[in-house]
Design a binder for this molecule. Structure first.
Ligand SMILES: N=CN[C@@H](CCC(=O)O)C(=O)O
Ligand SMILES: [Zn+2]
Length: 418
């Protein structure tokens, strides 16, 4: 058993699993100052005030030295498996081209697909492992990863098999999402129905047979997939036991939110463009509202999720990275939280709730991750001693994380510079 002593503050702690925090409750982030914590194997056993700390005999002791402790970030939206970065599009954008214009030129998702199709599975896996290891040091302790840069029968399966291999290798829980409906491959331009059939009639059964996905996704957007196509994809996924987590309302509102709620989707993701009815619907729905503020930031897109109104409407708000080579070449969740505060006017407490507890709910991992709780998996990180919670998102771009524990073990610790 391991005993952590002198914890400056445990943030996001509870004795029982908290329900989703909606409305004013999202600003509640229970904490405990000057605490100890006991671990056994990969689990948290108990924690409490230092005054009640058990005698040290028999325990392996780790002195936290007043640093702060947070549950790992639960990043419920990423495209971590890809073949190559797309910095040339970054320059196109500087030169004035829009996301849709770049996509129409064969850039964007289709560019990533071409490169991924050409890359051997082992190399894709090796690249993804490197990215994942980097994320662990940034505090990510659970991750969802999508396919969607394959866009052929073989390449979509290749991507999903890479994700399956990552699941077996990584020290954190990973969830896989089938996103064959990410963009229409050019060879299907004149026959969309044939591509839909490939996804639904051929790929889905194979994916289900091999147990390659936990969720299904579709990019419902002008120039990508229509509302009707999105509905078909969600229904087909449901028939194979894959709940939907969909991309929608990134640039246009097309009715996907209501459709996703009706289909029992786990989450609707992006939501840069939202109308009042959609916010109201999310306020009453079990479907979570997953915001990805680093995507419009990186695209320098003016659309910003009206997060305050969404929270006031009662939606269950999640924050995730959207790590991908096109619109967010970063999986740094602490920066996602900073941007949510700076640009979406979320309070620091709200941002941490959305990036931890609600992120876990968005991946159906709330029973073991998302908050510091007896019985939960011991995935957490230590920051330097914070003067207050706000100091974390305030210090955007700084590396305040000093140590990472995964499955009850010290996974990484920052080395002193001197
Ligand atoms: N919007 C759709 N998919 C990704 C971007 C994919 C890409 O541009 O490669 C996103 O979530 O931002
Ligand atoms: Zn995405």
């Amino acid at each position: 058993m391991q005993l952590l002593t002198n914890i400056g503050c445990i943030w996001q702690q509870a004795q029982e699993l908290p329900a989703l925090r909606r409305g004013a409750e999202l600003a509640q982030l229970p904490y405990l100052k000057d605490a100890y914590m006991l671990l056994e194997g990969d689990r948290i056993v108990e924690f409490g005030p230092m005054d009640n700390c058990p005698e040290k005999e028999g325990y392996s002791v780790y002195d936290v030295q007043g640093r702060d402790l947070f549950p790992s970030f639960c990043d419920s939206h990423s495209h971590l498996v890809f073949a190559a970065p797309r910095q040339e599009e970054f320059v196109y954008r500087i030169q004035g081209l829009s996301y849709h214009e770049i996509a129409a030129k064969g850039g964007g998702i289709l560019n990533s697909a071409k490169r991924l199709q050409a890359m051997p599975e082992e190399q894709l896996l090796a690249e993804a492992k490197k990215r994942l290891l980097a994320l662990l040091r940034l505090g990510t302790g659970a991750l969802e990863i999508k396919s969607g840069y394959g866009l052929t029968y073989e390449a979509e399966l290749k991507m999903l098999r890479v994700i399956k291999a990552l699941k077996a290798w990584a020290p954190i829980p990973i969830k896989a999402t089938f996103l064959g409906a990410h963009a229409l491959p050019p060879e299907y331009k004149e026959d969309r129905a044939a591509y839909m059939d490939l996804l639904i009639e051929q790929l889905l059964p194979k994916i289900a047979e091999e147990g390659l996905a936990d969720y299904i996704d579709v990019f419902c957007e002008k120039g990508f997939f229509s509302l009707e196509e999105a509905q078909r994809i969600m229904e087909a996924g449901k028939a194979y036991g894959l709940p939907a987590k969909i991309h929608c309302n990134q640039f246009n509102s097309m009715g996907a939110i209501e459709a996703a709620i009706a289909a029992g989707a786990r989450s609707v993701d992006h939501l840069e463009v939202l109308n009042t009815d959609e916010m109201k619907a999310l306020g009453q729905a079990d479907t979570l509202a997953c915001l990805l503020p680093t995507a419009p930031f990186f695209l320098n897109d003016d659309h910003r999720t009206p997060a305050r109104a969404l929270i006031e409407a009662g939606a269950a708000v999640v924050l995730a990275s959207d790590y991908n080579p096109g619109t967010t070449p970063s999986g740094r969740m602490s920066f996602v939280c900073s941007l949510a505060c700076i640009q979406l006017r979320m309070l620091p407490e709200e941002a941490i709730n959305a990036a931890s507890l609600h992120g876990a709910y968005a991946m159906d991992l709330e029973q073991e991750l998302g908050c510091i709780r007896p019985g939960a998996r011991a995935n957490f990180f230590l920051t330097e001693a914070l003067p207050s919670l706000a100091y974390l998102p305030y210090s955007f771009g700084s590396d305040l994380i000093e140590a990472v524990f995964l499955n009850g073990e010290l996974h990484w610790e920052k080395q002193a510079l001197i």
